[in-house]
Design a protein around this ligand. Sequence first.
Ligand SMILES: *[C@@H]1O[C@H](CO)[C@@H](O)[C@H](O)[C@H]1NC(C)=O
Ligand SMILES: *[C@@H]1O[C@H](CO)[C@@H](O)[C@H](O)[C@H]1NC(C)=O
Ligand SMILES: *[C@@H]1O[C@H](CO)[C@@H](O)[C@H](O)[C@H]1NC(C)=O
Ligand SMILES: *[C@@H]1O[C@H](CO)[C@@H](O)[C@H](O)[C@H]1NC(C)=O
Ligand SMILES: *[C@@H]1O[C@H](CO)[C@@H](O)[C@H](O)[C@H]1NC(C)=O
Length: 567
Amino acid sequence: MRRRPVGGVLPDQTKNSSKNHNSRLFCLASLSAIFWFLFLYFHFVVLAHNRNNNYDLLQSTKLAPSLPFNHESTPTHLTIPNDSQTHSRKFGFRKSHHDRDGDHDTRIREKKSFPFERALRTSDNMSDPCGGRYIYVHHLPSRFNKDMLKECKSLSLWTNMCKFTSNAGLGPPLENVEGVFSDEGWYATNQFAVDVIFSNRMKQYECLTQDSSIAAAIFVPFYAGFDIARYLWGYNISMRDAASLELVNWLMKRPEWNIMNGKDHFLVGGRITWDFRRLSEEESDWGNKLLFLPAAKNMSMLVVESSPWNANDFGIPYPTYFHPAKDADVFKWQDRMRRLDRKWLFSFAGAPRPGNPKSIRGHLINQCRNSRVGKLLECDFGESKCHSPSSIMQMFQSSIFCLQPQGDSYTRRSAFDSMLAGCIPVFFHPGSAYTQYTWHLPKTYTKYSVFIPEDDIRKRNISIEERLSQIPPEQVKIMREEVISLIPRLVYADPRSKLETLKDAFDVSVQAIIDKVTNLRKDIIEGHTDKNFIEENSWKYALLDEGKHEVGPHEWDPFFSKPKDGT
Ligand SMILES: *[C@@H]1O[C@H](CO)[C@@H](O)[C@H](O)[C@H]1NC(C)=O
Ligand SMILES: *[C@@H]1O[C@H](CO)[C@@H](O)[C@H](O)[C@H]1NC(C)=O
Ligand SMILES: *[C@@H]1O[C@H](CO)[C@@H](O)[C@H](O)[C@H]1NC(C)=O
Ligand SMILES: *[C@@H]1O[C@H](CO)[C@@H](O)[C@H](O)[C@H]1NC(C)=O
Ligand SMILES: *[C@@H]1O[C@H](CO)[C@@H](O)[C@H](O)[C@H]1NC(C)=O
């Protein structure tokens, strides 16, 4: 940087002077004056300018000390790496020249440098199998995770969670007494255990890094679901919000936060989003306000049910009872599900919602009861077969279609249990799966499921038996094969071992987060902004095909027209 003005100007001046023989003294004096002028000019103007640039550079990264821009400010380093990602790293080079080329946009880009550029560049390194996929995990104080496990008795008012936190979050092994499961890999997993399973699964991720400057995304191993579960019933809002507030305070003080204001951060709460979206400061309102905190709006939170109207949460599968330790366990299970004899056309496991006049569950239960090809496992209060994993899985394995209506919220764990059994799910609301698990399920929902709008049941009293028996057997077979092929990406592998080639629900989620952050980083560098983005339409964006950005009216608008009411 410094050489250019020096090398380009001084030698010329020296040459001219040697030709002047007449007034050597005058010439020497003026030369010396010119020299000093140039020297001082160079010193105060050019160097000062460079220093300013370097200062900016340092400032933008000063809170992220491990970010390696050192070689960039080395004065002797004049060559610029020739690859697309480094385009904007020509920082400060052109400013002192009168280059007229380039539109305004490029010039702005060339001035800017981004603290995540090194991370982006790792994907250009062909000899690095982890390039572009590194995850940095925050070293949180133990009160945000491990300590909660020690106090597992207090984690739920209704259930002693201690047994469910065993085996890395999988719970106690299920014995295969009735031959419904396989001998290995089955556990009595609690539906809200994803916090722990996901964090433990992260320990097996093959591209962890201790260097946050090369991370494609940053994981926050906070047990958000366990935290709120402790305080949902009978605690004041300050208790419910305490850990969330402490967490964001802690995170925002970290240098990693400043890389992208937290937009590369993600965390997991294995509960429904409504537990983290308290709408007011009223004590009687439900849940905490984690997902409404400004810091959390910049992060991505993975939950088992996301909000259709918000952009900072993403649906991931509920855990099932199956946690394979190796590929072969999955293949064997899939083969078995293909060969089963399914004697019921459709089945339903669940309880009615007599208090909710809009619930269609009562209708479904009646239809199951009154059909010779329908099967019902009714969950009444107290002990019931409906709570036995073996009874549930047995019924799903003997059914062609499994009814999955809304319950108290849009989604149910049951949808995943039924697909694991190779049973084709029947959904009645698009929020039960189609707008939720867009990372894990095909966008073309007719490939793996049947959709019967709630109003067909509620208002038109259609016969489920009739509707389902109209689907030709060949098509049923193709759909079932699709469901069975989805199994690997819907289950959480045993966090204590590793699948060889298959991608499980964890792998799919992490890749999706990486893609999201990477695209955002590229957009920032290229100056793209989605000016038309309307957060309330989040569910529509989630359904868009790759590369599409615009949303319009949608056939499912009526299902999502009344926010908060439909929950
Ligand atoms: C820089 O890379 C482009 C393609 O990425 C290539 O066409 C060009 O020749 C390269 N220039 C140099 C100087 O290596
Ligand atoms: C590319 O990746 C290899 C393997 O991880 C590593 O040893 C090497 O330093 C990387 N090269 C660059 C330029 O980062
Ligand atoms: C909330 O409850 C905790 C204990 O349950 C109590 O210590 C605290 O004072 C309460 N805070 C408010 C604002 O009522
Ligand atoms: C969230 O991101 C925006 C835009 O990058 C930034 O202006 C804001 O300060 C961030 N919020 C927090 C709490 O860091
Ligand atoms: C719905 O249809 C069934 C026969 O398909 C009938 O028995 C039942 O009474 C009907 N229910 C209502 C509410 O109309």
